[in-house]
Every structure is written in structure tokens, then in C-alpha cells.
Design a protein around this ligand. Sequence first.
Ligand code: SF4
Length: 394
Amino acid sequence: MTTVDLPLLPLGRGVDLQSERGVECPGDLPAASDPDLVARALAAKEALGERVFVLGHHYQRDEVIQFADVTGDSFKLAREAAARPDAEFIVFCGVHFMAESADILTSPAQQVVLPDLAAGCSMADMARLQQVEAAWDAMAEAGIQDSVVPVTYMNSSADIKAFCGRNGGVVCTSSNAQTALEWAYAQKPDAEGGAKVLFMPDQHLGRNTAVLQMGLTLEDCVVWDPHRPGGGLTPEQLRDARMILWKGHCSVHGRFSPDVVDALRAKDPEIQILVHPECTHEVVLKADLVGSTEFIIQTIEAAPAGSSWAIGTELNLVKRLADQHPDKKIAFLDRTVCYCSTMNRIDLPHLVWALESLVAGTVVNRIDVDPTTTEQALVALERMLALPGKTAKD
Ligand code: SF4
């Protein structure tokens, strides 16, 4: 796969840099002010019928999610795509790595479309293949590579999943991270000094899972900084570590802070703090409940009327939950309004443009992962699917 070596890959991987600047699409992008956008989207979906299946991530805008045939988190959506072999086109309203996963899990005959190629993910782009290969080489030099199992979060590019596939590793989600880590540590029972995990790209999910669910200590964890020589670690630090965390984070979940938790509790002693494990360790330590987006949705659905919640996840989802549950007090766990800017790239004009192009016989913004990457990434994804327990609930 061709990679574009930009820090945030704003145009996605392997695309013509001139094809889209994030504000224009090749062809006619409808004006956001067009009063007929909803009617146009409905008409295009109707014209395409069973040939198209539209997936909507929970963090998408309401104007887009209303057209989703199914909503979910990234892994659920990839599996939903794989369960629709008759759909010729999968229109993925989410971000780039999700569309890649859908392409990997669907048949070569199915085409996956991302309505705006500028919908990347800053976390996924914090781990680039050449950086990971360099870290892997450094681990060989430190004499520990044979003890390390690479584990990557679903929120990573296809080539990082492929790296894990060809190096004995696995993919995980926020729902099954503990099970995936237990599997990873069990792969190296005879490792000198104990098995180690290289966890990418979200240091917070890795740390929270290792320390809060698996009994490792903060001292067992080190952070590999790809922008520093040797990752900023000595060979001794690498040898002593059990968990090597990649220095990546989610720019949305990383914003939540412990002092806001304190302020909300002071104002409302009954409030319950519900956060995603991509939040920092300090925030997770102060929360009442921690879990994936699906867990957050299920928790609010099951909560009694009158209960009071502050939720630390993406704002589109928090707003939607507040709208759907007017009998519960639901607040956003941040002082300022902050959406995921790349998730928000998918708006109604881009969705209409993508659907109408398909009606006209043109597949725009296709996400097409090359066969070798697909094959190796599938190895890591299938190892995850074979894990016991929580995977089925994602
Ligand atoms: S919310 Fe965070 S992890 Fe999800 S797409 Fe946005 S930046 Fe990436």
C-alpha cells in the first residue's frame, strides 16, 4: 500500500493529494444550504435499493446518522458490513481506518466508500508503519523482540493491523482489550523476564486495561515515543517493562480532566461519571463506570429515570443520548464543546454526493486495501474473533 507521509494524513492513505482538499470534491458537492438535501439522500438511497448499505458510527452527526442502515462502534460496523455480502456498495459514515476494516472484512467484489477522504483519525495516524518497524528493530537490538507480542487497537491503519498479523499479534477493541492482552501474554510462556506487549496506538486504553483490569503496575508500563531516538527509552527500561505503550492518544477523549469530575461531583453528589477507556488514567480512576461506546449506550438505556450522568466520550453521541433520554440528566464531561473534527467531516452534502455518484454509476472515494495488507491484517483480526468472551458483544 502507498502511504502518504504526513503527520495526520488528512487526506487518508494512498490518495491523489490533489483529488480533495477537504472542502471540495471532484464533481459537484451540493451546497450545505440546499433545502433538498434530505430528499436527495432519500431518493438516491431508494434508487440504489439493496445495492447499497450505509453504516453510521455513533460519533456521526444526526444529519448523517438518520440515513444509516445500522449504527454501531467501529468493530460492530465492520462485522455488519461483512454480514451483507449482497450489498455492492458499503457507504461508511465514519473515519478512514473503519472503512479500511470494512474493506478487509468484505469480499473483493464489494466496494467501500468513505464520503469524505479527509475523515481520518488523529489517533490512528500517530502510529505509522515505518515508525512501528523502527521500534520493532530497536526491540531486537535490546534483545527483547522474541518476548514481545504486538497488539493494536481497532483504531489503527490497515498496515499496522497487518504488522500485527505477520508478527504474531492481534487486534483488540475497547470491549475486549483485557481478553486480547491475556491472549498476548499467554503466547510467550517461556520468555526470559516474562512476556511483553507492544500496545498501539492508544497509550491510555493500554495503560487502563493493564493496570486496572490485569493487575500490572504503572511501573510495569513504559511509553515508546516514536519521535525520540530509541523511543526515549533505554534498553534496560525496555527489558524491565511488561507493557510497552505507544505514545498515541485520542484528541477527543484526551481532553477530559479530573478537575471537571471533581467540580461536577461537588455540584451534584448523585452524579455518576461514565467514561470511555481512551480517557487518561487519572480520569478513569475518578470515574464510576468505564467502557466502550456500546457499553455507554447500554448503561444509559438501563439507567433509572431521574438518574444523573456526566459522560466522557464524543459529543455527538452524548447529545444524542441526552435527546433520547429526557427523563435522565445527562451532561458532557468537559467545560468546552468539542466534537471529533474528523468524524464531523462526513456531513450531509458529502453523503448526498457519494450516493448520487453511485446512482450515476461512479464510485467515488473508494477505500481499497491492497491484497497483501488485507491478508496479513485478516490474520490479526481473525485471532481477535477467535478470542473467548466479550468479542461477540462488541
Ligand atoms: S474520537 Fe478519537 S479515536 Fe475516534 S475517530 Fe476521533 S480522534 Fe479517532
